[in-house]
Design a protein around this ligand. Structure first.
Ligand code: PGA
Length: 253
């Protein structure tokens, strides 16, 4: 049995005040969702505040990005060891906004994935196709390539300590969600690809769906056999919506 997870990617949103309010509500209600792992991804500048607010709660936190080197002359960057100092448990690797807006390649992301794991962070590797790629029937090839770059460098056993998020680029922030069947098809493909190397790792691997997850579509998505929860952007900034989404996951396990 895979424990479901609902993760909130806050992107570049929030203020000291809004975060205190948001986490206050989530924290006060999270005991009603015992069977779901909850993780939030604030902008790194707020990590200390988040650590103070969430210490001792069941909610975990992480960063949206990490540098591939442990330290050095990389102005503006943050290393995995620094995230550990602020209590981070997870880090997003290869969110489509990092891939497209910041030109992060599969090769670079494989290095970031390794760097995160070496410091004890659990990477959430994001994969997904663009609309053009889907229309040209390249979804499968794109996903396999994104996965294989990491498997080649880190080895399949690395996925014992990692999570994958399938996030079709065309569904992120657009209000267009993949249908549960479309999402399930890709989730099954991801699990099959991992199973080619290790059925044991594949069976335990959590695969989250991301892309316009909302309280009204979460239940049908989370019902699918290979969808183990969600990576939520916009709706994670609303405490009640985030809790309602997590509740959908709770009720299916
Ligand atoms: P969204 O974002 O839920 O706002 O579509 C998802 C994500 O980018 O992780």
């Amino acid at each position: 049995m895979r424990q479901p997870m609902v993760a909130g990617n806050w992107k570049m949103h929030g203020s000291r005040e809004s975060i205190t309010k948001l986490l206050g509500t989530i924290k006060a209600n999270c005991d009603t969702i015992p069977a779901v792992d909850l993780v939030v991804f604030p902008p790194v500048i707020f990590l200390q505040q988040v650590q103070q607010l969430l210490a001792g709660s069941k909610i975990q936190w992480g960063a949206q990005n990490v540098h591939e080197q442990p330290s050095g002359a990389y102005t503006g960057e943050i290393a995995a060891g620094m995230l550990i100092e602020f209590g981070c448990s997870h880090v997003l690797i290869g969110h489509s906004e990092r891939r497209t807006l910041f030109n992060e390649s599969d090769e670079l992301l494989a290095k970031k994935f390794m760097a995160a794991q070496q410091q004890g962070l659990t990477p959430i590797l994001c994969v997904g196709e663009t609309l053009i790629q889907r229309e040209q029937a390249q979804t499968e090839a794109v996903i396999i390539e994104q996965l294989n770059k990491v498997i080649d460098l880190a080895g399949v056993e690395a996925f014992n300590h990692a999570i994958i998020a399938y996030e079709p680029v065309w569904a992120i922030g657009t209000g267009k969600t993949a249908t549960p069947e479309q999402a399930q098809q890709v989730h099954a493909l991801i699990r099959e690809q991992i199973a080619l190397k290790s059925e044991n790792v594949a069976g335990k691997l959590r695969i989250l769906y991301g892309g316009s997850v909302k309280p009204d579509n979460a239940a049908t998505l989370f019902k699918m056999p290979d969808i183990d929860g969600g990576l939520v952007g916009g709706a994670s900034l609303d405490a009640q919506a985030f809790l309602d989404i997590a509740q959908c996951s709770n009720s299916y396990y």
